[in-house]
Design a protein around this ligand. Structure first.
Ligand code: G2I
Length: 461
């Protein structure tokens, strides 16, 4: 995948109804822009993991939909869920994640087809001469079910020991190291368009384990086995992002493979100190910069949306605070550092004036001033027609995750989504050439974009 910069800033002068107006389109890459938008402008994706229970938490889904463009099911596509007993499949939970992703224009990383963990007991209890058949049937059935719906599969997950040797599990015990090539070929036959990955942790830097992965994928490539990428899980401890991460990614991409950061988090002792949160910001920025610097690093996914839904406190008691959003889903310094590393910034003023359609009788300018979790927006309507306006009603759509908390010089309802601002009793009349201004304060979940389209009394401005 090639990375292309598509940040845009267009300034033009338009003569409308005898007035000279400056029109400035909003800037992709400008302040407060969603992570996915910033990432896409750099040619990568920014993803998150979601579990089925996350889907009933509207705070989590609002952030997921606004900020991320790739979803990895946290557990719902694993073998213990999808084939709990031999030959009986359950795709309901995975389907729920896929449908959330599809309705939010997000892609899906399938996770995973073959893994020693979250493996139902019946597989481990099979006589070894039946494991290959069970593995191939599982891969074929699941990859066929999701054919065309997943961007990539983690075909084999976590196959290595820390010393770079192959992990002993039901699959390697029954089939030797050849199970990996067999799994990849089987997945490719079922869904030839999905990118096929091997995924593991502690392979982010150059070390014995990543050497093991490097050796294996070199052989697979040389043998023509269908493999497209290596996933670097990236479950880090604060301050410990390996300095060799970029070079390590580059040696994999030099083989003709993609790499992806698949499960990023960065844990620390809780409660989090501000020094650790600052270090975490540095760490996130380093990871994102590494991906941007490597031409076939296709994207970064965080493992979970926020600290409150992260796996870390459950697995490492006393540790946590590992994601970009705190326990109340407020963005942390790591969020700002990530946005900045992706080319954005988080506090600024954006002025948007879409060019009015021909013969329009109105123009609207708006400016947003955003900070971490809130914004104010000021809107000015100008009557560019020849008739006075007596009573106005301005319709526009708020960016996802924005909720109005107060307004001035207008009454606005509802508080989010498609809203209508109506004049109050003292400012309903606007003479030709005259203007009226109003504004509001809102909370946001990361997308601070201004509305791009305004309709005044039923006519687009
Ligand atoms: O362990 C972190 C990740 C490491 N790489 C592979 C990922 O698939 C893995 O994800 C985690 C999930 O986030 C956890 O949610 O995998 C864990 C299991 O290996 C998941 O934890 C399990 C709990 O251990 C179970 O007790 C629980 O029933 O989640 C299950 C479903 O909620």
């Amino acid at each position: 995948m090639s990375k292309t910069a598509t940040g845009l800033a267009v300034t033009s002068a338009l003569a409308v109804g005898g007035l000279l107006l400056a029109a400035v389109t909003s800037q992709a890459g400008a302040a407060g822009t969603a992570l996915k938008t910033l990432a896409e402008a750099k040619g990568i994706y920014f993803g998150t993991a979601l579990t089925q229970s996350n889907l009933s938490n509207s705070t989590i889904t609002a952030i997921a939909g606004a900020q991320f463009d790739m979803v990895t099911p946290g557990n719902e596509m694993k073998w213990d869920t999808t084939e709990p007993s031999n030959g009986s499949y359950n795709f309901g939970p995975g389907d729920a994640i896929v449908s959330f992703a599809q309705s939010h224009n997000m892609r899906v990383r399938g996770h995973n087809l073959v893994w020693h963990s979250q493996l139902p007991g019946w597989v481990s209890s099979l006589p070894s001469n039946q494991v290959q058949g069970a593995m191939e049937a599982h891969i074929t059935t699941e990859a066929t079910h999701y054919k065309g719906k997943v961007y990539a599969w983690d075909v084999v997950n976590e196959p290595f020991n820390e010393d770079g040797s192959l992990r002993a599990d039901a699959f390697s015990n029954a089939m030797g190291s050849g199970y990996i090539a067999d799994a990849l070929r089987t997945a490719h036959a079922a869904d030839p368009n999905a990118k096929l990955y091997l995924n593991d942790y502690n392979i982010e830097g150059q070390n014995a384990k990543s050497d093991g992965m490097y050796k294996l994928v070199s052989q697979l490539k040389a043998q023509g086995v269908p493999i497209d990428g290596v996933g670097l899980e990236s479950h880090f401890i604060v301050g410990q992002v390996p300095s060799s991460m970029r070079a390590n990614m580059q040696r994999f991409t030099a083989l003709g493979l993609d790499v992806a950061v698949t499960e990023l988090d960065d844990r620390m002792q809780t409660p989090a100190s501000s020094a650790n949160l600052a270090q975490q910001a540095t760490d996130y920025a380093a990871v994102v910069s590494n991906c941007l610097a490597v031409s076939h690093c296709v994207g970064v996914s965080q493992w979970g949306v926020g600290d409150a839904d992260s796996w870390i406190p459950g697995a490492f008691p006393g540790q946590g605070a590992a994601t970009m959003y705190d326990n109340n889903y407020q963005p942390k310094p790591a969020y700002n550092a990530t946005a900045t590393a992706l080319g954005g910034s988080t506090t600024t003023t954006t002025t948007t004036t879409p060019p009015p359609p021909p013969n329009s009788t109105c123009t609207v300018t708006d400016s947003v001033n955003a900070w971490n979790t809130g914004l104010t927006e000021s809107i000015t309507i100008t009557n560019t027609g020849t008739a006075p306006i007596n009573g106005w009603s301005l319709a526009f759509t708020l960016a996802g995750g924005q909720t109005i908390t107060s307004a001035w010089n207008a009454s606005i309802s509802p508080a989010s989504g498609q809203v209508t601002a109506k004049n109050v009793d003292y400012n309903g009349s606007v003479a030709p050439g005259g203007s009226v201004s109003f504004g509001f304060q809102a909370t946001h979940t990361g997308d601070t974009a201004a509305p791009g389209d305004f309709t005044l009394n039923g006519t687009r401005c």
